[in-house]
Design a protein around this ligand. Structure first.
Ligand SMILES: Cc1cc2nc3c(=O)[nH]c(=O)nc-3n(C[C@H](O)[C@H](O)[C@H](O)COP(=O)(O)OP(=O)(O)OC[C@H]3O[C@@H](n4cnc5c(N)ncnc54)[C@H](O)[C@@H]3O)c2cc1C
Length: 463
C-alpha cells in the first residue's frame, strides 16, 4: 500500500472542495490533497445536461481567486438585461483550469482522480483497486455533504416498461427530433430548463406535458443581480423581504407577501406552491413556462407503460410515443446539518443560503483565521437546504445569525468585502450612497433587522 502525508485531505473535488482548497491555499502554507471518484475536478458539472446554465450570475460563482465569465449583461434571450449565466460546459472548464493553473501550479496541492475515500484517510483507486493510506497532519475535509443528485447518474424511483423512451436531459437535444410529444417529469430547475429548451427550440406548447408533483416557489432573478445598477432590486428586495417577514402571520401569508413584493413567483396563480428549493428564473422564463397547459398535478410518477402513466394520485392515458425526460433527481437533498468544525475534520456545508461556493471559501478563511473550533463554529452556523416555506424561514434564521456575526468581526467583514463570491455586498459598494433613495433603503434595512429576526423566530416555531 502506498502511503504519504498531507495537511488537509479533501474528499470530493466538486465546486465545494475546490472553493475551500483555493482559499485555504491563499490563507495558509498548508499542503492539500483532493480525492474524487470522478476523473476530473468540478463534480456534477462534468455530467451536466447540455443546456444547463447557472441559476445565478457567473460573477459570484466558483472560487475566490479566479473570475468566471465577463460580468456582462445578456442583450438577447430570456435572461436579457441581467448578468450572464455561465453554461455547464463553461463551469466545468473553469474548474478544470482552477485545478491545473491554480491549485496544481502552486506545488502544494495533489489531486487523486478516480479515487474513492473509504474513511480514515484510506483511498481506493478505482481502476487498479489498489489503496493508498493518506496520513492527515491537520484535518480531513468532507466535501461530499452537498453532493448533487443528477438525472444522468441517480437511481430512478419509478418503473419504465420496455418500449417506453425515458431519457435523462443529457440526451434530449439528440433524441428530441425523433419524437412528436414530450413528457417532462419533475418540477425542479432541471425540468424548467427542459421545458424552456423545448419551447426555445421550436416545439409547440401543445406537444409538451409536464408532470408537476408539487408546485415550486421560484426566486425572481432580478433579486440576485450583484451590480450597483440593481441596488433597488437587490437591496430593495432585501428590504421588501424583511418587511414581508416582519408582517407575516403564517407561512402562506409570508409566501403571498414575498410574491406581492415581486421576489417569489409561481407557475400558476391559482395553485399554491408547496416546495421551496430556491430555483431562480427571470420573468421572461416564467412566461414561457406558463405556455404549457397540459400540467398533471397527481403526485410523483410511479411507473410508465406504453400509453399510460402511473402517478401517486392515479393512472392516466399517455400519448403513444411520448419522449419522457427524467428530471426527478433531487439536486441538493440533505436537510440535516452537522457542526462544521469538528475535532479533526471539517464538514463543509452552506453558511449562506443557496451559496455553496461562497460558503466553502469563507469556511477556509475562518479555518485559517481562528485558533479554536469554538471560535470558528460561532462564525459558521450551518444553513440547511430548504424544502418548504417553513424550512426556508429556518434557514434564513441561521443565515441572518451568520450575517450579523460576520459584520461584527473585522477580519471576516473585510475579507467578505473584497471576495468576488460575495454577490450581495457588491451592489452596496458600487451604488451612489448620497442618493436619497439608496439611503432610505439602507436605513430601512437596518431598522427592520431586529423586528424581522424576532418575527422569523416566531414563524420558525410554528411547526
Ligand atoms: C443543474 C444545477 C445547477 C446549479 N446551479 C447553481 C447555481 O447557479 N449557483 C449555485 O450556487 N449552485 C448551483 N447548483 C448547486 C450545486 O450544488 C453547487 O453549485 C455545487 O456545484 C455543488 O458542488 P459540490 O462539490 O458540493 O457537489 P458535487 O458537484 O456533487 O461534488 C461532490 C464530489 O464528491 C465526490 N465524491 C463523493 N463521494 C466521494 C468519495 N467517497 N471519495 C471521493 N470523492 C467522492 C463526487 O464524485 C463529486 O465529484 C446547481 C446544481 C445543479 C445540479
Amino acid at each position: 500500500m502506498n502511503r504519504f502525508e498531507t495537511d488537509y485531505l479533501i474528499a470530493g473535488a466538486g465546486a465545494s472542495g475546490l472553493s475551500f482548497a483555493d482559499t485555504l491555499l491563499a490563507e495558509t502554507d498548508a499542503h492539500i490533497t483532493l480525492v474524487d471518484k470522478r476523473d476530473k475536478p468540478g463534480g456534477h458539472w462534468n455530467d451536466a445536461y447540455p443546456y444547463v446554465r447557472l441559476h445565478q450570475p457567473s460573477s459570484y460563482y466558483g472560487v475566490a481567486s479566479r473570475d468566471l465569465g465577463r460580468a456582462m449583461l445578456d442583450t438577447t434571450g430570456l435572461n436579457k438585461g441581467y448578468e450572464e449565466l455561465a453554461s455547464g460546459q463553461e463551469v466545468a472548464t473553469y474548474f478544470h483550469t482552477v485545478m491545473k493553473d491554480r491549485l496544481l501550479q502552486s506545488g502544494r496541492v495533489r489531486f487523486l482522480p478516480m479515487s474513492e475515500h473509504l474513511g480514515g484517510g484510506e483511498v481506493r483507486h478505482l481502476l487498479s483497486n489498489k489503496t493508498t493510506q493518506i496520513d492527515v497532519r491537520h484535518r480531513f475535509v468532507d466535501a461530499r455533504l452537498l453532493e448533487n443528485g443528477i438525472p444522468l447518474t441517480h437511481q430512478r424511483t419509478f418503473d419504465v416498461a420496455e418500449g417506453v423512451a425515458c431519457i435523462p436531459p443529457n440526451t434530449l437535444p439528440r433524441i428530441a427530433p425523433q419524437h412528436g410529444h414530450f413528457t417532462i417529469l419533475g418540477a425542479g430547475k432541471t425540468a424548467m430548463d427542459s421545458v424552456i429548451w423545448l419551447l426555445e427550440n421550436g416545439a409547440d406548447a401543445e406537444q409538451i406535458r409536464w408532470i408537476v408533483p408539487r408546485d415550486p416557489w421560484m426566486i425572481n432573478r432580478a433579486f440576485t443581480q450583484p451590480s450597483g445598477a440593481f441596488y433597488r432590486e437587490s437591496y430593495g428586495g432585501t428590504m421588501r423581504q424583511m418587511e414581508a417577514v416582519t408582517q407575516a402571520t403564517s407561512m402562506d401569508d409570508l409566501a403571498d407577501r414575498l410574491e406581492a413584493a415581486n421576489l417569489w413567483m409561481r407557475l400558476d396563480p391559482n395553485v399554491r406552491p408547496e416546495i421551496m428549493h430556491g430555483p431562480t428564473v427571470s420573468t421572461a422564463e416564467l412566461h414561457r413556462l406558463r405556455e404549457v397547459r397540459d400540467i398533471l398535478r397527481m403526485g410523483h410518477v410511479t411507473g410508465i407503460e406504453p400509453g399510460s402513466l402511473d402517478l401517486a394520485g392515479g393512472s392516466c392515458p399517455a400519448p403513444a410515443g411520448s419522449l419522457y425526460v427524467d428530471c426527478t433527481a433531487r439536486a441538493l437533498g440533505h436537510s440535516n446539518t452537522w457542526p462544521i468544525f469538528q475535532e479533526d475534520q471539517i464538514a463543509l456545508q452552506m453558511i449562506r443560503l443557496y451559496q455553496p461556493t461562497f460558503s466553502a471559501a469563507l469556511i477556509a478563511k475562518i479555518e485559517a483565521s481562528f485558533e479554536t473550533n469554538k471560535a470558528r463554529n460561532a462564525l459558521a452556523i450551518p444553513v440547511p437546504m430548504t424544502d418548504t416555506v417553513h424550512s426556508w424561514v429556518v434557514s434564513q434564521l441561521a443565515n441572518a445569525m451568520n450575517q450579523f456575526n460576520w459584520s461584527q468581526n473585522p477580519r471576516i467583514k473585510d475579507w467578505i468585502a473584497t471576495c468576488r463570491l460575495d454577490g450581495f455586498g457588491r451592489a452596496g459598494r458600487e451604488v451612489d450612497r448620497s442618493d436619497p433613495e439608496v439611503q432610505e433603503i439602507y436605513n430601512r434595512i437596518k431598522a427592520l433587522s431586529m423586528p424581522a429576526f424576532s418575527s422569523m423566530q416566531k414563524l420558525a416555531a410554528t411547526q
